[in-house]
Design a protein around this ligand. Structure first.
Ligand SMILES: Cc1cc2nc3c(=O)[nH]c(=O)nc-3n(C[C@H](O)[C@H](O)[C@H](O)COP(=O)(O)OP(=O)(O)OC[C@H]3O[C@@H](n4cnc5c(N)ncnc54)[C@H](O)[C@@H]3O)c2cc1C
Length: 439
């Protein structure tokens, strides 16, 4: 031990959720709704994770042309955001829940409005929020129980005790530091490419709607555009002259290495400049007067730690449209890999699902094998790489978050904080009562 010191201990919460992205927000809301005294700890000053600080421009996969698959709190988030953005959008997502032909094919995200939606959701159910507070260490005992998390903020170091903890950090920080089992990237530890999302304002929207696909790569002048790696670009309309971009690939980002993340954030901002210059050159009618509205505060890293849970969701479960007796959510989004080293293999022949198809996610995939009182939700659930590339979308994270939050409150109430002993039939019944779409 290098040094020892006394720090304050707060012991007033039953459930602590770490990470306020989509999964963490619904986890905290669901836990508080079930009566557990709940705290949500978030290292930035906004809720929403990649959907707000990461500027992800649109929701994937709430529906794939069939009925809405992510309901319950997820549907509340979708509809409350749409309501804040535009009456017609609200009508479309609301009616499209059961009448798929009315559901818009791409639903954009106004990040500022989404922050407010999550603020209201989490505090509305009575959870407390601690911003600008970062999980820094974890205390465990010999029974595989986490006894406290140690956080850093303007008050220095503080220990927070709770009965059950939920890791929604998107990177599995809590699990890793509690000694939980996890996997990282492919067999060699390589991870999928990152992207720094951004917005452009002052675009000509009439011209924008005339162009279906962007072709900005290859460039005629590779030296000027040395960071443009490929043609990857998806966009969404965010306002009367504003467009959100999830564009450009940053190869070789290691999401749990702060040096790699810092260097790639700087590189990402340079890449955005190159992309905008290239767009102006290639599509002047749309972008001549456009300028960068904002680059994301958080670099988008698509892959990090994924936990080893009581069940590892298989790529074959996606292909088989699997259902589970302990199913707590479903996902209808496609296998979506940004693995730039990817060799062509059998999985490439599996197209997106037909309208109405989806696969289940079992409760066991939220339960880390060797920890008694910790659950996970969101991008770090126990799954093989390809299927996680489908189920990491925010709609599905909202659903796994709600299940983890509800389960944590049940574990506190009835199971001596043992998340592995939760009555899954009761959990599923309650989720269904709250509107979840599960088999
Ligand atoms: C570039 C990119 C583009 C994407 N595009 C889309 C898209 O178009 N549509 C879609 O639906 N999905 C998209 N996704 C996927 C989706 O955004 C993520 O998988 C999803 O946001 C994961 O949710 P989460 O709640 O698990 O984690 P996150 O959204 O990553 O949130 C984690 C939260 O935890 C906080 N946190 C992390 N560590 C700590 C700590 N130690 N202490 C305290 N707080 C901490 C973070 O600040 C953050 O707020 C994209 C992802 C990326 C990276």
């Amino acid at each position: 031990m290098i040094f020892q010191r006394d720090i304050p201990v707060v012991d007033e919460y039953e459930v602590i959720v770490v990470g306020g992205g989509p999964a963490g927000c619904t986890a905290a809301a669901a836990s508080a709704r079930e009566g557990a005294k709940t705290l949500l700890i978030e290292s930035t000053a906004s809720l929403g994770g990649m959907g707000t600080n990461g500027l992800v421009p649109f929701w994937c996969g709430f529906s794939n042309g069939g009925k809405l698959v992510n309901r319950g709190l997820a549907q509340i988030v979708l509809e409350n955001l749409a309501k804040r953005m535009d009456d017609d959008l609200y009508k479309a997502v609301h009616e499209g829940a059961d009448e798929p032909e009315k559901y818009p094919w791409r639903v954009g995200i106004d990040a500022e409005q989404l922050k407010r939606v999550y603020d209201d959701l989490v505090t509305g159910y009575g959870a407390d929020v601690l911003f600008k507070t970062t999980l820094s260490a974890v205390e465990t005992n010999e029974e595989g129980e986490v006894t406290a998390v140690i956080v850093t903020n303007k008050a220095g170091l503080t220990a927070y005790k709770a009965k059950v903890f939920i890791d929604c950090t998107g990177e599995g920080d809590l699990i890793a530091w509690a000694g939980g089992k996890y996997l990282l990237g492919d067999e060699e530890g390589n991870m999928q490419a990152g992207t720094l999302c951004f917005t452009l304002v002052n675009a000509d929207m009439e011209e924008y709607h005339k162009v279906n696909m962007y072709h900005i790569y290859p460039t005629e002048n590779p030296e000027e555009y040395d960071l443009i790696y490929d043609n990857f670009s998806t966009t969404a309309v965010l306002g009367s002259s504003s467009i959100g971009f999830n564009a450009g690939h940053l190869p070789g980002v290691n999401s749990i290495d702060p040096v790699s993340v810092s260097q790639n954030t700087i590189k990402g901002r340079r890449l955005v400049e190159q992309l905008v210059k290239r767009l102006k050159e290639k599509y002047p009618k749309i972008y001549e007067n456009a300028r960068i509205g904002s680059t994301a505060v958080t670099l988008g890293t698509r892959e990090g730690r994924r936990i080893v849970g009581d069940y590892v969701l298989k790529d074959m479960d996606y292909i088989n449209r699997a259902s589970f007796s302990d199913e707590i959510a479903r996902n209808c989004y496609e296998l979506d890999s940004h693995d730039l080293n990817k060799k062509q293999d059998d999985y490439d022949k599996y197209p997106p699902y037909a309208p109405g198809e989806s696969h289940g996610i079992p409760y066991r995939s939220l339960c880390p094998v060797n920890l008694k009182n910790v659950l996970v939700a969101g991008r770090i659930i126990s799954a093989e790489r390809r299927v996680l590339g489908a189920s990491r979308i925010m709609a599905t994270c909202l659903s796994t978050g709600e299940a983890a939050g509800l389960a944590s409150a049940l574990a506190v109430k009835s199971n001596n904080n043992d998340i592995h002993a939760v009555d899954v039939d009761l959990l599923r019944k309650k989720l269904k009562d709250y509107g979840a779409y599960i088999r």
